[in-house]
Design a protein around this ligand. Structure first.
Ligand code: GLN
Length: 474
């Protein structure tokens, strides 16, 4: 019986021939089929994954050195391009679309011999916090099937949570990796903006989007980051900074300077049990010799509005390419004139939440309202960056909850989009300022659901972030 605990341990099993890549893939295909009702996958590449596993087993037997991700069974959120495979962003508008190239991140995984097992369900165009806005229907949280897995990368989180693959990729524009990791009890990392190329990631809000990683161990997550990160001639926003070998830098123990934000831990929307779990953790860190201090942060209530103004503005522009002409769904009865065809195709193809955001984004960019909304939100972003830069001069990490509550019940927030948006209060900050952040599965609520600790570090200080995470989870 195949059992997975980490990439390192799997590779040891492959080397002493107590497991094979074929056995691993067969195991996951079996798990996927017995968990079909969770609705985590939108496509499963069964034959192809098995064929690749066979090839890898043969190459290993013939003495070929193993790639760093040799045989690692990986799932991809359905917003990341994989050449000649379906790509829909869980939207009707991309029905039957296939990628014509692979994302840089995907190319790099393949070069290191990962096995891509399938596409994972998500909220349409990564807009949402529950994975209920999907043309494929909702995803269930494996810990309690009456609850949502979080979003927008809900399928990616459940695939790791329920043991349907070893690691998975998601995208994080405002929390879509960290919040589902929090709701599902696994690790979710959003790297610094510009750490991993966005080439081949479907754009939602380009100045916020970043590919993120789900896993069960920090070494697994660190290894994937080190493979995918780094300069890419296809994305001019990706950093040229050299990529440290994250996975081999995890073991140094240090005493850190840690801040928490009073306003965040006293916020009225925060579940008291989550607040006390985090406060206890902070006390333990102090007892262990780290410096822990409270900071005032009076900007907290501005961050969700600023995030929704700026991201919807960017989305309204990014999503204008889906017009039913070059590609995507084309309306049958929209042939009155060109504008009529655009309107019909987009009305039929997009779901309700995506339409809401395109309209909101168009409104905040319109001539009469631009200064009142878009300019002001940019000013808030600027203030946040200044404030956070100041904090990171004095501290290594800022600790916060990942989400104010544990996983919602299915349907609970659907009729109240504002309530759903407000629950992003703790995650959107890292995207507004571009710093890395991770959700670590450290707690269980008395309602039986897991919740995480969110740690944020200065831009491009993933080394410290991952080291500290490793220490907390070991
Ligand atoms: N919940 C947030 C939103 O709906 C986050 C989305 C994301 O990170 N892709 O915008």
């Amino acid at each position: 019986m195949f059992h997975y605990s980490s990439i390192e341990q799997y590779h040891a099993q492959l080397q002493d021939a107590t497991a094979s890549c074929v056995q691993a893939v067969e195991h996951y295909l079996q798990q996927i089929s017995s968990c079909r009702h969770l609705n985590a996958f939108t496509e499963v590449y069964a034959e192809e994954a098995l064929a690749r596993a066979r090839t890898l087993d043969q190459q290993r037997a013939a003495g070929k050195p193993m790639g760093k991700l040799h045989g690692v069974v990986t799932g991809l959120k359905d917003v990341i391009c994989y050449k000649d495979h379906p790509l829909t962003a869980a939207s009707g508008i991309l029905e039957n679309f296939r990628s014509i190239y692979s994302a840089t991140a995907v190319e790099r995984l393949l070069q290191e011999e990962a096995i891509l097992i399938g596409n994972l369900n998500c909220d349409e165009f990564a807009m949402g916090s529950t994975n209920e806005n999907s043309v494929y229907g909702k995803v269930l949280n494996a810990r309690d099937e009456t609850r949502v897995p979080g979003g927008s990368s809900g399928g990616s989180a459940v695939a790791v949570q329920a043991g349907l693959c070893m690691v998975s990729l998601g995208s994080d524009t405002g929390g879509s990796v960290r919040q589902p990791a929090d709701f599902c009890g696994i690790i979710g990392l959003k790297p610094s903006y510009g750490r991993i190329s966005r080439y081949g990631l479907i754009a939602y809000a380009s100045s916020f989007d970043q590919i993120g990683i789900f896993g069960n161990t920090v070494p697994d997550v660190a290894l994937l980051l080190e493979i995918m990160a780094g300069a890419d001639e296809y994305d001019s926003t990706v950093s040229q900074q050299p990529v440290p070998p994250y996975s081999s830098l995890l073991n140094a123990k240090k005493k850190y300077r840690i801040a928490f934000l009073e306003e965040a831990l006293n916020h009225p929307s925060l579940d008291p049990e989550i607040a006390s779990g985090i406060r206890k953790q902070l006390e333990q860190l102090e007892a262990a010799g780290h410096e822990v201090k409270a900071e005032r942060f009076d900007l907290l209530d501005y961050i969700v509005p600023a995030y929704y103004v700026l991201t919807t503005a960017e989305a309204s522009s990014n999503l204008s390419r889906y017009d039913g002409i070059k590609f995507g769904h084309r309306a049958k009865n929209g042939d009155t004139d060109l504008t009529g065809l655009y309107k019909m195709s987009r009305s039929e193809g997009f779901g309700k939440e995506v339409k809401r955001r395109i309209m909101l984004g168009t409104f905040v960019l319109s001539a009469g309202y631009y200064d009142a909304y878009f300019t002001r939100a940019q000013q808030v972003r600027q203030l946040l960056c200044q404030r956070m830069n100041g904090l990171f001069e004095s501290y290594d990490f800022i600790i916060m909850p990942t989400s104010p509550v544990t996983a919602f019940r299915a349907g609970e927030k659907l009729e109240d989009p504002i309530a759903m948006y407000l629950a992003d209060i703790y995650t959107v900050m890292a995207n507004l300022v571009g710093c890395p952040a991770i959700s670590l599965p450290l707690f269980t609520h008395s309602n039986g659901m897991p919740f995480g600790l969110q740690v944020m570090a200065n831009r491009f200080d993933e080394v410290s972030l991952l080291r500290f995470s490793h220490e907390l989870l070991s």
